[in-house]
Ligand binder design. Structure first.
Ligand code: 5GP
Length: 134
């Protein structure tokens, strides 16, 4: 949803492709990154902007940046709607940031809790991350 809203405002010619990765189980990072769907075109010599919804530990972004550099991208930068405190503490390089959060779990506006909640129009903060959603 963030990428969709953002891209409507981008007026320069650009190509868009989607990558799907997963590192979360419930409300916590597993520390392991799984690539579920990869990119499908040559990224050699291209300027790339990674559009992320949220950066937490920076594991996902770091791995994607590493992969894109290995593929010969000319430049790689990132934009994220949300950035949590671990990413700030670790000084993860995100060129453009929408909002900074503390270390809390959020869902809605494309963000999920074990697959659910992406369809909410707004972003909600979990009051107690150990609470289950029925
Ligand atoms: P990182 O690899 O930076 O620890 O985590 C990045 C990914 O974890 C995000 O792209 C997102 O899929 C998921 N994630 C991290 N924090 C949250 C959160 O508060 N809510 C949701 N729904 N997903 C999160």
């Amino acid at each position: 949803m963030f990428a969709s809203d953002l891209l409507k405002e981008v007026k320069i010619p650009c190509k868009v492709s989607f990558v799907k990765t997963s590192s979360y189980s419930g409300t916590a990072s597993t520390g392991q990154l799984k690539t579920l769907i990869g990119h499908d075109e040559s990224l050699f010599n291209q300027h790339i902007l990674i559009v992320e919804d949220i950066v937490d530990t920076g594991l996902t972004l770091g791995k994607i940046i590493e992969e894109l550099r290995e593929l010969g991208a000319k430049s790689v930068e990132a934009i994220s709607l949300l950035r949590k405190s671990p990413a700030r503490e670790k000084k993860i390089d995100v060129k453009y940031v929408g909002f900074d959060l503390e270390n809390e779990f959020v869902l809605g506006y494309g963000l999920d809790y074990d697959g659910l909640g992406r369809n909410h129009k707004d972003i909600y903060r979990a009051i107690d991350p150990s609470d289950k959603i029925d």
